[in-house]
Design a protein around this ligand. Sequence first.
Ligand SMILES: C[S@@+](CC[C@H](N)C(=O)[O-])C[C@H]1O[C@@H](n2cnc3c(N)ncnc32)[C@H](O)[C@@H]1O
Length: 264
Amino acid sequence: MTPPELRPDVPHSARIYDYVLGGKDNFEADRVAAEKMLEGMPSLRASMRANRRFMVKAARFLARKGIRQFLDVGTGLPTHPNLHEVVQGEAPDAKVVYVDNDPLVLVHARALLIPVGTGTVSYLDADLREPEAIFAAPPVKDGFDLSRPVAVTLIAVLQHIVDDEIARDIVSRIMAPLAPGSGLAIAAVTTENDQQGGDHTVQTYNRSGVPVHPRSRDEVTSLFGGLPTVDPGVVFVHQWRPEGEDAETADKDVAMYGGVAFKN
Ligand SMILES: C[S@@+](CC[C@H](N)C(=O)[O-])C[C@H]1O[C@@H](n2cnc3c(N)ncnc32)[C@H](O)[C@@H]1O
């Protein structure tokens, strides 16, 4: 039986995203909402694919900088390659904690929980809006050494926190207990690439009951709370240290800004 909290009749962010990326872990309500978005913004799929590539590039970059503890908040449904596959491919002993508040993501967590190295992969059913609860939970409290750097990845999740001040406060509370040298990767929704298509998608999300707030480049930059971003700063995600399909991706098709920063 479907657990009641799954609410298959109500579209969910992770499942809409899964459908657009070609996954199978979604319900009719998610598909209807996603098809409406694709009608108004056919580039949505290209944008989401560019966002996944940004996650890969940023996570690999942070692992290559020597970080061995990763806190991925707003994980979504398993999509290959998952973040732990990327970082444990670079550093087999890396520890990864996934955090999401969607019950369907939790149902699929077991599929995600397979380390590909000697490190660990844990899953936490928690809310981004309560960073202190994330740090108090055993996978982080007992599994991480907070005297050493942690990489925090907030990939395509902060658009669900519609108030700028609250979003900035959340990021600053997540980064506060972390050691110098810790990293922060953010990818967040914008409509600056395509105002008309973007407005249509955002309205469809909001009408479906999934709050989404697009941000300008300056607003996304301010989410880093003054932490210095590495080159090339906050850019459309396919322009961030481009590789593979990034070169053929048009700016107007990518509704996400992304960047990576370090704590001094
Ligand atoms: C668009 S998906 C992004 C998934 C993945 N990070 C990626 O970019 O491929 C957004 C995810 O954030 C999760 N999410 C939304 N609000 C959240 C909150 N307040 N706390 C934790 N997770 C949240 C959703 O459940 C969903 O899985």
